[in-house]
Write a protein that binds this ligand. Structure first.
Ligand code: ATP
Length: 238
């Protein structure tokens, strides 16, 4: 069941120069909820995800995790509090083995590391077959699974996923969303950016649509999916 607010973003302003990219974003993610963040390229979704992950410092506004203000925390402090990003483009370490990439996810939480690696290998059996290969040799889908496994090693309370399906074949995307659905059933809280709006909305409880750095629509995933005008204007490819 979904409970109280886990992550809260209030009036968040962020950008890279004089002109902000995010013009005052408000959103909430409750415990156990899957929230989809939709919008065209350049809407500011990645900027928001980076701000939430402590990788990009906002200009104004607040980011709260169960009441704790995270806005001025760096990436490592944010991870330590349980907000963990699976970045756009996977960002695995190509020269390191699959195993070492997974282990690296536990750098702040080394207790029981090997048992937790085993958990991830049960979750993603394909990674076990490739355990001692260089991560750079994996397919795109395998690298995405690896990036998720690595993130899960940090014991997230909320997992942020930025464009996990980008560049993957339809069959692989289906496997990826099945893995995300499994996480959802385990009770993991997810905030997901993905251009596959149809799949993201099928997985999600609620959704926000961002355009030009502002929230232009929000609601249950079913209501957003049923809004034909929204779909045409903002949601892009399905
Ligand atoms: P995409 O799906 O294309 O990544 P997005 O919704 O994630 O789109 P952002 O990546 O957040 O959008 O980009 C929002 C705006 O900020 C764009 O105009 C982009 O050019 C600009 N931007 C992003 N990163 C930087 C940066 N490091 N420096 C300057 N401008 C940036």
């Amino acid at each position: 069941g979904q409970g109280r607010e886990m992550l809260g973003v209030g009036a968040l302003v962020a950008g890279y120069g004089a002109e902000p990219v995010l013009h005052g974003i408000d959103l909430q993610v409750r415990q156990g909820e899957v929230v989809a963040l939709l919008g065209a390229n350049g809407a500011g979704k990645s900027t928001l995800m980076k701000a939430l992950a402590g990788l990009h410092r906002p200009v104004q506004g607040g980011i709260h995790l169960e009441g704790l203000e995270l806005k001025n925390f760096g990436a490592e402090q944010v991870v330590a509090r349980g907000v963990v990003l699976v970045p756009e483009g996977r960002q695995v370490f190509p020269e390191l083995s699959v195993l070492d990439n997974i282990r690296l996810g536990a750098f702040l939480q080394p207790a029981d590391r090997d048992a937790r690696v085993e958990e991830q290998l049960r979750r993603f059996p394909r990674l076990r077959d490739r355990l001692h290969q260089r991560a750079g040799l994996l397919s795109g889908g395998e690298q995405q699974m690896l990036a998720i496994a690595r993130a899960l090693m940090a014991r997230p309370r909320i997992l942020l996923l930025d464009e996990p399906s980008l560049g993957l074949a339809p069959k692989v995307i289906a496997e990826l969303f099945a893995a995300l659905d499994q996480l959802r059933r385990e009770g993991m809280t997810l905030l997901l950016v993905d251009q596959m709006a149809g799949l993201a909305l099928a997985l999600a409880d609620r959704a926000y649509v961002i355009e030009g750095g502002r929230v232009v629509a929000q609601g249950t995933a079913a209501d957003i999916a049923a809004d034909g005008a929204l779909a045409q204007a903002y949601l892009g490819q399905q």
